[in-house]
Design a protein around this ligand. Structure first.
Ligand code: HEC
Length: 118
């Protein structure tokens, strides 16, 4: 009799482990979707928003911070200009060449451009 109880308990524990493992795997899949391009929005929020603002208008207390929403500012800069700025830095902005991959920098340029299209 005792053996049966023990066996039932053990299989219950095993089932619990399996379901926990299953949901962890599901969460990991969600966090890193396969086949998707660089996460420009995530990068921007993590690395750029502290100076450029989540809305792209720039933190007002920073001198020379561009307003990405301003179509005139956008028109005054080429894509290469933006790419070079992100890679090599500009003014107080550090260069990101060492930490952000070229494909991600391209995605960030498109992300910066998109602020003026809204
Ligand atoms: C420490 C604050 C700071 C951070 C962090 C920062 N920037 Fe900047 N960024 C600036 C400032 C200030 C300028 C204006 C520099 C100038 O023209 O003197 C600027 C300029 C730019 C420009 C225009 C470049 C040019 O030459 O006109 C782009 C594009 C840009 N930033 C994108 C980004 C992106 C993308 C990130 C995140 C990967 C980022 N910035 C992170 C402060 C920052």
């Amino acid at each position: 009799m005792k053996k049966v109880v023990l066996l039932t308990l053990m299989s219950a524990v095993a089932a619990m482990c399996l379901s926990v493992w299953g949901s962890v795997a599901a969460v990991q899949k969600k966090a890193a979707p396969k086949g998707k391009g660089p996460d420009a929005a995530g990068l921007y929020q993590a690395q750029c928003a502290k100076c450029h603002g989540a809305d792209g208008k720039g933190i007002p207390s920073l001198p020379d911070i561009p307003n990405f929403v301003d179509a005139k500012w956008q028109a005054s800069r080429t894509d290469k200009h933006l790419t070079d700025g992100i890679n090599d830095g500009a003014g107080i902005m550090p260069g990101f060449k060492a930490t952000i991959k070229p494909a991600e920098v391209r995605a960030l340029v498109l992300y910066v451009r998109a602020f003026a299209k809204k």
